[in-house]
Design a protein around this ligand. Structure first.
Ligand code: PRP
Ligand code: URA
Length: 214
């Protein structure tokens, strides 16, 4: 993993993540395979993003003897996908942390302004006591991610991570400047945005590819 601790930006370079992202990019990859790949990438990214969870020693009795052994301590988790495309990453994170609560934030990008339009927000309460992982496969202009995280904070969220699969440099800058306290986990940093604010080379419209819409 390459990362810059000061900036809270973590680019996940694991070969399995890179391989699966390349498969996602291929326009010949169909909906079923696309969904599976998004889920598998979320598992691999989640494994990295949760590597700082604190542990505490708890006593357990094995068939041989009693011992003190580490369990995850402290804050509980909340997984918050940004609708729609973030939903595709939820099963991957829940495979790692099955007891996490799940919130939802509904946002879509206005086609002309490329600004996020909010339409739904439901988060587990009290959110302040949880480590929150906001999920969205695409970080393009950064508007949707920055807005989603503002909503989480407005509801009391404090310890927040953002996880995406592909990011544009423009979006990383916007998100980090808006929320420098948030740890950003990225599968791959692409070249740039095009005039329609799509990531190049990217993978197209993530929501459409996950849900088979156009
Ligand atoms: C996509 C994606 C992000 C957003 C990223 O969602 O899933 O939420 O665009 O773009 P940004 O960084 O420029 O804000 P979209 O608006 O297409 O909605 P959908 O998932 O409902 O299709
Ligand atoms: N949203 C997507 O789904 N893809 C992009 O390239 C940009 C925003």
């Amino acid at each position: 993993m390459n990362y810059n601790d000061e900036k809270n930006i973590f680019v996940l370079t694991h070969p399995l993540i890179q391989h699966k992202i390349s498969m996602l990019r291929d326009k010949k990859t169909g909906t079923n395979e696309f969904r599976k790949l998004v889920e598998e990438i979320a598992v691999l990214e989640g494994y990295e993003a949760l590597s700082d969870l604190p542990l505490e020693e708890v006593e357990v009795e094995t068939p041989i003897e009693k011992c003190r052994t580490p369990f995850i301590a402290g804050r509980k988790l909340a997984v918050v996908p940004v609708l729609r495309a973030g939903l595709g990453m939820v099963p991957g994170i829940l495979a790692l942390t099955p007891t996490a609560k799940v919130g939802h934030i509904g946002l879509y990008r206005d086609e002309v302004t490329h600004k996020p339009v909010e339409y739904y927000c439901k988060l587990p309460k009290p959110i302040s006591e949880r480590t929150i992982i906001v999920l969205d496969p695409m970080l393009a202009t950064g508007g949707s991610a920055a807005d989603a995280i503002s909503q989480v904070k407005a509801h009391g969220g404090v310890k927040i991570k953002f996880m995406c699969i592909i990011a544009a440099p423009e979006g990383i800058k916007v998100l980090h400047e808006a929320h420098p306290d948030v740890q950003i986990y990225i599968g791959h940093v692409d070249r740039q945005l095009n005039k329609d604010a799509y990531i190049c080379p990217g993978l197209g419209d993530a929501g459409d590819r996950i849900f088979g819409t156009k």
